[in-house]
Ligand binder design. Structure first.
Ligand SMILES: [Zn+2]
Length: 135
């Protein structure tokens, strides 16, 4: 996996963030096991709960295209018009991503292509709720 290239795609996706209310722009690049990358940005709404995060935008697009296994997600987030900073996905996105994680999904939380924090989803959400609890 070329982590720098994935981060650059997240930074590019961030330029398309629709965030007139928070001014917090987020871009995500999700690498599937097929090798395909799915991009997402946050999409806000005047009715705030209708807002969708960049990570879930990328994830839902990927799943809708038939991708179900993922290697990594790069995230570039921060105040619009400023350089990104290292930011963790929100709890809702961690839960959504965990549905498709086999314990090895890598998150690249990027301030830039050469400045990022590498962590697994399992490290950020160690006691997640999953399908096993529904049996
Ligand atoms: Zn989120």
């Amino acid at each position: 996996m070329d982590e720098r290239a994935l981060i650059k795609q997240a930074i590019e996706a961030r330029t398309r963030a629709y965030c007139p209310y928070s001014g917090f722009a987020v871009g995500a690049a999700l690498l599937g096991e097929s090798g395909r990358v799915y991009l997402g940005c946050n999409v806000e709404n005047a009715s705030y709960p209708a807002t969708n995060c960049a990570e879930r935008t990328a994830l839902f697009h990927a799943v809708s295209q038939g991708e179900r296994q993922f290697i990594a997600l790069a995230l570039a987030a921060g105040k619009q018009g400023e350089a990104p900073s290292v930011v963790s996905p929100c709890g809702i996105c961690l839960q959504a991503l965990s549905e498709f994680d086999r314990g090895n999904m890598v998150l690249l939380l990027a301030a830039g292509p050469d400045d990022y924090h590498r962590i697994t989803l399992a490290q950020l959400l160690p006691h997640r709720f999953g399908s096993a609890q529904l049996k």
